[in-house]
Design a protein around this ligand. Structure first.
Ligand code: GDG
Length: 463
């Protein structure tokens, strides 16, 4: 590709630092290969009202230039903590009950998107190719077009696209969907997401379908397709060979020689189904007593979005549930739940995954879920662990060889965990081979390559 790649995302992350988040991990891998410009919020909040202004910092980092903006405190509160995390995140994860529709949030969201567009437009070259990421920045292309930008602009949504009538509950849903048509390409995680998008634009905007993945509405044309995100399998397997990873696995194995480890690794988010998972584990101990004094759940719940009320609530609920299970079933020498509310070093993750007999990846709704793929990549192929995966994770479309569960069905999930713990070696190997082949096939390199090829090839919107 000859054009320069410009990536825009809310946060710019160094994927090798401890900060968790599938987006930072995947984008860091993509950009360090191709070079270019990475533009986003600096992570710094400066005193100030709703300024719609911010200082731009440029910093070279290898082949990539990092361009970051500080945000004023009111802008940050309305755009990030407000509209992004109290409206779009819950609604796109089907949690209308948690959404707080507030006009001030929406105004801040638009103001910051306009600010991003204004600052970014000063850095653009005519043949740049621009790749915008995620729900924080849906209106960015429309704002850039208003400033005269004619470059190709693609958008990738990392979280689910909700069904039309859930989307329609957002007071500004028509404006959000209309602004998606300023892009040349919309990438979604799964076929289910594409179906929701297609139904929305056909029902609510009278869109015309032009061929398999072209849509025409609001006087514009856009291509929308599924590009399931993946991981860098070789990089993750190399990480499994680091001393920290090996030490983590060996320590866990020596501490729990007679025990079966169940592993969960998630941001502490209500979309991840953590209370339901703990209830299913409780049910496992209650209904299948042979697991008492044996099955141990290590749940890492990485702190995230602290200060947003619904996150405080889920944290309290989890602390209560793990205390309850440990109180009821714990012995002097065995605690059923190890609940860790901290971020682990990334180098320790493969060792943790590999020590696990079973991984519990049971979100109530998830765009994709990279933990499921990382778990599979980290296993010993000769004696692999078993993946219990929610059918509501985007990953379930590809990972059919996992034990798929409905995480709302506590009894059935406990039954699947019981089956996973007792699965014969031959079945574990067979399922793992199928899963690993899929994780390799749909890796992060393919995701990036296919998205960028499709963006290059997208028919230009008129204008
Ligand atoms: C969004 C979508 C989509 C977790 N705890 C620690 C840690 N992690 C890492 C995992 C994994 C990443 O964070 C989490 O990725 P997920 O895909 O599970 O979830 P989200 O953060 O919600 O990401 C999601 C993704 O975007 C990509 O498109 O799959 O559906 O919601 O890589 O390993 N990393 C470290 N310490 C931890 O404690 N170092």
């Amino acid at each position: 590709m000859t054009s320069r790649l410009v990536v825009v995302s809310n946060r710019i992350g160094d994927p090798r630092k401890a900060a968790a988040g599938g987006l930072a991990v995947a984008l860091g891998d993509a950009l360090s290969e191709s070079g270019g410009l990475w533009f986003g919020w600096s992570g710094k909040v400066v005193a100030g009202g709703a300024r719609g202004e911010g200082d731009l910092h440029l910093q070279p980092s290898g082949k990539v230039t990092l361009a970051t903006l500080d945000l004023g405190s009111d802008d940050h509160a309305a755009y990030y903590a407000g509209y992004s995390n109290r409206v779009l995140w819950p609604v796109f994860h089907y949690r209308l009950d948690l959404a707080q529709f507030d006009d001030g949030y929406f105004e801040g969201y638009q103001r910051v998107n306009r600010l991003f567009a204004r600052k970014l437009s000063t850095l653009l070259k005519p043949d740049d190719i621009i790749w915008v990421h995620d729900y924080h920045l849906i209106p960015l292309a429309a704002e850039l077009r208003a400033l005269g930008c004619r470059q190709r602009i693609g958008f990738f949504l990392h979280i689910p696209m909700p069904p039309p009538l859930v989307m329609a509950a957002i007071p500004a849903h028509d404006m959000l969907m209309r602004s998606l048509f300023a892009y040349d390409l919309i990438g979604l995680q799964s076929e289910a997401d594409v179906a929701h998008f297609a139904r929305y634009v056909e029902m609510e905007a009278g869109a015309e379908r032009l061929g398999r993945d072209q849509y025409r509405a609001f006087g514009q044309q856009v291509c929308a397709r599924a590009f399931p995100i993946g991981i860098d399998v070789d990089e993750f397997q190399a990480l499994a060979q680091t001393p920290e990873s090996i030490e983590t696995r060996e320590t866990l194995r020596s501490q729990y020689p007679l025990r079966q480890l169940l592993i969960g690794v998630d941001r502490l988010d209500y979309s991840k189904g953590l209370p339901q998972r703990l209830r299913a584990f409780h049910r496992l101990l209650a209904d299948y007593p042979e697991n008492r004094n044996s099955a141990t759940l290590i749940q890492v719940a990485t702190p995230t979005r602290e200060g947003v009320e619904s996150y405080e609530d889920i944290r309290r609920e989890l602390e209560g549930l793990s205390g309850q299970i440990n109180g009821e079933y714990g012995e002097l020498d065995w605690m059923p739940v190890r609940y860790i509310h901290r971020t682990l070093a990334r180098r320790r993750l493969p060792g943790l995954y590999r020590a696990g007999r079973v991984a519990l990846v049971t979100p109530l709704r998830d765009g994709m879920n990279l933990v499921a793929k990382e778990f599979v990549a980290a296993q010993d192929a000769a004696d692999p662990g078993v993946l219990v995966l929610s059918r509501f994770a985007g990953a379930a479309e590809q990972m059919r060889a996992a034990l798929l569960v409905n995480p709302y069905d506590i009894g059935a999930t406990a039954g699947a965990v019981q089956r996973a713990l007792r699965m014969p070696l031959s079945e574990r190997v067979e399922r793992h081979q199928a899963l690993l082949a899929g994780v390799r096939e749909h890796d992060v390199h393919r995701w990036r390559r296919e998205f960028l090829q499709a963006l290059q090839a997208a028919e230009r919107a008129p204008g």
